[in-house]
Design a protein. Structure first.
Length: 243
């Protein structure tokens, strides 16, 4: 396979990964607490493909790794007593099916067992590591530091976790993260009751990038087709001369 076709194929593969990522971002523009994914490009050196007479290895564009943009999304008022948003860095800590999970989506509810849980039913954790028991009836007040009170009694304080290196966070589902690294108390984060954090996906920007990547893919596809045609014509010409 010639270098033109190899480079075009490598570029198409990278653009396909970008298209999948952008499509997923656009699909979650209305998902509370969702954090947009972006790509980090690099060059892969192909030992099999040499360019020119000097025999230097050809380089192919690849998406080396995706990375998550943890910038804060817009906070929108809902008026719900159990709708919570974080202003500043940090995550709500919850107990997932296979261990600790962290989320910026503060759309909580009271389960039939009387525990504060996420939409998926994961118990929200307090600083003591326990779940929070809430009465189904009665006004709930939550202070900026995450202290939950009901009927004048303090029920507990929500655990707001943060990480020294957010690259340790791996997405689990749509709006959850897991990490092998130890969490630490978030510094400066404030809980805002009656609000939810929107997705930080820029819909217009993502749509423009999606169109741009699609056009790049189409051009690379044409380049690959051109390379294939040139190879076929070269083979046919050699066969004609040889005959």
């Amino acid at each position: 396979m010639d270098n033109l076709t190899i480079s075009a194929a490598g570029g198409m593969q990278a653009r396909m990964e970008s298209l999948d990522m952008l499509a997923n971002n656009l699909a979650n523009t209305e998902t509370g607490g969702y954090k947009t994914d972006r790509e980090f490009y690099n060059l892969y050196v192909s030992a099999e493909a040499t360019a020119g007479e000097n025999g230097s290895a050809a380089t192919l564009p690849v998406v080396e790794r995706p990375w998550t943009d943890f910038s804060q999304g817009a906070l929108r008022a809902t008026g719900g007593a159990l709708d919570l948003a974080l202003s500043g860095k940090g995550f709500f800590a919850v107990d997932g099916p296979s261990g600790s999970l962290f989320t910026r989506n503060g759309s909580f509810r009271v389960s039939t067992a009387g525990s504060l849980v996420t939409t998926e039913g994961y118990p929200v954790r307090t600083v003591s590591g326990q779940s929070l028991s809430v009465q189904p009836t009665g006004a709930v007040e939550i202070s900026p530091d995450g202290t939950v009170s009901q009927d004048g009694q303090t029920l507990g304080q929500l655990q707001i976790a943060d990480f020294a290196d957010t690259s340790s966070l791996v997405k689990q589902g749509i709006s959850y993260f897991r990490s092998a690294a130890e969490s630490q108390p978030a510094s400066g984060a404030q809980v805002e009751q009656g609000k939810l954090e929107s997705s930080n996906v820029g819909a217009a920007e993502s749509a423009v990038r999606l169109v741009s990547v699609m056009r790049q893919f189409e051009m690379l596809q044409k380049a690959a087709t051109l390379g294939s045609q040139m190879n076929r014509e070269a083979v046919e010409e050699v066969a004609r001369v040889a005959s």
